[in-house]
Design a protein around this ligand. Sequence first.
Ligand SMILES: *Cc1c(COP(=O)(O)O)cnc(C)c1O
Length: 382
Amino acid sequence: MRNTPLSPATRAAQALRLIDERTGAVTPAIEMASTFARDADYAPRQDYIYGRDGGPTVEHAEAVIASLDGAAASKVFASGMAAAVAMFETLRAGDHVVAPRVMYHGVINWLIRMRDLRGIDLTLYDQANPDALAEAIASKPTRLVWIETPTNPNWDVTDISAAADLAHQAGAVLVVDVTAAPPCTMAALELGADYVFHSATKYLAGHSDITAGVLSAARITPLWEELGSIRTLMGSVIAAFEAWLLIRGMRTLFIRYERASHNALKIARHFEGHPKVAQVLYPGLPSHPGHEIARAQMQGGFGGMLSLLVTGDGSIAHDVARFCEVFIPATSLGGVESLIEHRKVVEGPNSVVPDTLLRLSVGIEDADDLIADLEQALDRAR
Ligand SMILES: *Cc1c(COP(=O)(O)O)cnc(C)c1O
């Protein structure tokens, strides 16, 4: 028998090689059952009781993710937001929570709701200022620190090890939203996070055909057990068919992310210094303020997410998004097809995102087609 552990890319491609002993099926079955028969002693078989707790297909997806994240365990939810809301459901009134001022808008909006309706004490820090996280944590006893790196849609980079030290010195739990930097490039738990969060709708699933969310834990704690009960009682587990599509998607995670990273870097280099583009925000560019940290903690590529600030005003950004013919004008990210969005419009009037910002989710197409498409759209937009 082999005695060297298999690399994550191999484990992902084979979905942990969980071959059905009975049939030899190389791809897992989809177990659609919502309830499970007890055995002759009236005991649940392998703990399967009822579909709202999960089931065999959900568990298979969780095993693959836990293996890639290097986690003690993972739980898959019906969407990223369902996973985030479950985490926030563990908070008590008066708990101090620290989170970035700019990050995924749904998560911020839910935290603000928790502050306004449930008495959570919320500090939103400036994630572009390297000292702001320490100041926010030092300001008072802290229960939970939620960070996102790279941060949507500016792609600011946060040093996870440093954030973990700060959180742990304060006795707080660190959760890292790794949606834009999944485990094929970044090992957030190894860097010190207590939990990682994924919108698995994005890179993990990778084909824009399901919504899914994940929490992975560095260790099994009472908080982890509580999260399990919350998922069951809220009914926010993923359904079996979606779990199966997630397993299928993860088999190509490494190669998709590598190709998207290659394409995005080529696009970023092409448009840096371009007369119609004021700024390219991409952690893979040496000019990006987070480049050195990103290089150290994103070892499998910088990903497919980048933003362009066009010269001129917001109406030009709006027109570029409309005029693209290869990029698809849609929100979301991490799929095989490239998407473009005028982010301000998507986030709404309270958004702090600049009006000239175009967010690109670069897919696995031919990079030159994507560059030519942006060029023609930029030309037409003025
Ligand atoms: C999409 C996204 C979420 C929310 O996940 P859903 O699957 O849409 O519910 C959270 N964080 C980030 C960074 C995201 O991109």
